[in-house]
Design a binder for this molecule. Structure first.
Ligand SMILES: [Zn+2]
Length: 296
């Protein structure tokens, strides 16, 4: 691992289970994408964060015609040798230090909705995360109000949907922001029980995973736009099948192809983003008056 200062960039891809088993992005051979550095480790106030790469996307592939630097981290920044739910905070602190304004988070998910099948590509429109901010990055209670509205950027989601529709298998569907899907959160690593599936479904959630909601919250806390790049691996009814049946609703070979497609979608979407899209996401973190903490 190499420790060095954090590069400046507007763009980041947080990898996850949608990329597991692949060297991202090397295994994709995506035209115009170069790995500038890999095996990077950065220091944070909460300890080191490892498995970072710096990518460059050639100007012939980007929306503004300029070479684009992209930061990526392996599997949400989760350490290789233990379970640490606070790893998300270290990742987003580094993204904040880098000046990142657009974040794509890759993952797989389980369906909580009979109409959302294994193999479908799902872009969230809202989050259901009842504990919300266990690993907050905010400097105090008195610095910012962070809105819970529009946790997923509509401009980034529109590009993600268009990119996914051009690359995702025609055997499955792409659910874009107009589908208004709600993503629920559980920390994991245990998978969701039948009773929990029933509970989250009754609360209005359409799919669930272990990463999306804390990443969306942290993106809000650093004032960045956020969108997920995810697909369903477990269908709703898979959670209720006999215990000897596998939860995975897709075959291994098909799963690898989905991971390759999702990884390519993430790369092409980040290249297509407009750094200065006319969305209001960055204003949804608003400074509090100084005298809230100053007069006491
Ligand atoms: Zn936005």
């Amino acid at each position: 691992m190499t420790t060095r200062s954090i590069p400046r960039t507007d763009f980041a891809i947080v990898c996850g289970s949608a990329n597991w088993g692949l060297r991202f992005p090397e295994d994709l051979d995506e035209p115009g994408v170069t790995v500038v550095e890999r095996d990077l480790e950065f220091d944070t106030p909460w300890g080191p964060s490892a498995e970072w790469k710096v990518l460059e996307i050639d100007g012939s592939r980007t929306s503004d015609g300029k070479t684009r630097t992209v930061l990526t981290v392996f599997s949400h920044g989760w350490p290789l040798n233990g379970i640490d739910h606070a790893a998300h905070r270290r990742v987003f602190w580094l993204l904040q230090e880098a000046g990142v304004r657009k974040v794509i988070a890759c993952s797989t998910a389980g369906s909580l909705n009979r109409a959302v099948f294994a193999g479908d590509f799902v872009i969230a429109s809202d989050m259901l995360e009842l504990t919300q901010t266990q690993h907050s990055l905010l400097p105090s209670r008195y610095a910012y109000d962070c809105s819970g509205k529009q946790l997923v950027c509509p401009a980034c989601a529109a590009i993600m949907e268009a990119t996914a529709k051009s690359l995702w298998s025609t055997d499955a569907r792409v659910f874009g922001p107009r589908s208004r899907l709600v993503a629920a959160h559980a920390w994991g690593p245990r998978l969701t029980s039948p009773a929990e599936v029933t509970a989250y479904r009754s609360l209005g959630a359409d799919f669930i995973n272990h990463s999306l909601a804390p990443e969306a919250t942290l993106a809000r806390e650093i004032g960045a736009c956020f969108v997920n790049c995810a697909f369903i691996t477990a269908a709703f009814e898979n959670y209720f099948s006999p215990p000897e049946h596998k939860l995975l609703g897709v075959e291994e070979g098909a799963l690898r192809n989905m991971k390759l497609a999702a990884s390519r979608i993430a790369l092409r979407a980040i290249a297509a983003f407009d750094a200065d899209a006319g969305c209001v996401c960055s204003n949804l973190r608003s400074p509090m008056p100084e005298d809230y903490a100053g007069r006491r």
